[in-house]
Design a protein around this ligand. Sequence first.
Ligand SMILES: [Zn+2]
Ligand SMILES: [Zn+2]
Length: 294
Amino acid sequence: MARDPLYPLHNPGVPRALSIAGHELVAFSISGVSTYVLAPAIDACFDMGHCPVEGARLRNVLLTHCHQDHSLGVVRHRALRQMWGDSRSKVFIPEESRAALVAVLRAVDAMEGRGREDTLDKDVVGVRAGDTFELSKRTRVEAFDVIHKAPSRGYSVIERRRALKESFVGRPGAELGAARDRGEELYDYNDRRTITFIGDSTIETLERVDPAVFDCDVAFLEATHLGDTDRAVSQKYGHTHLDELAALFRRTPARFGRAQFVLKHWSTRYARDEIAAALRALPEAFRARITALL
Ligand SMILES: [Zn+2]
Ligand SMILES: [Zn+2]
């Protein structure tokens, strides 16, 4: 039966503020329209289908792949930051797509005729599977391969946190200063995997990826299709069907680590109620760990 063309879209078109496992994030995602997730605490955005002002305030953009609904916002990101006099932006993109993105950004500069200083060779960084790069002294990112219709990387963030050594806890400041002057180490350093971000992907990605990436606080996964949509359609377009995620969880729950999951990238073909109903049918142990971007 033909659907009412004005059926309610699953997402009202506004980003959502998320507070998950101590992480404050802002996320927006509709398949084919736009996906971005802002992580101010690490000065980074994951994907940038379009660029809200808040996104342009963040220095680092980590693109999973070059499809427009994930990447077009980098043009605005760069322009806004240059308008504010801050040219220290970094865009990370799969190495295979790097040259094309640089060409697009150069074409925009030529089109606008502004004669900006061309720093693209250092501002746009190609990422290979297995690469690790730093966003700051305390934040590093591991990249891994993702299976989709365009070259794609997933990103897993590891933060180094320091805590005063137990032997110094409660000691006066002067004593700590003296110990530091003697060259003693005052802190213990602990690595914690915080955010793992996977853009568009097939279920095969999750079957292959090192499960360590889900030993994190919060992980973003795609779920584009659900219900009657044939799983073969999802696979043909490089996407995941919610039933495939549920089946993988039933088969190998250990693969899902300790993460809380955010499911994103729902197709515009589904109304909000349809997605909510499909989520209610998930295994309870999985559903309890899921936030859906609706
Ligand atoms: Zn997409
Ligand atoms: Zn895509």
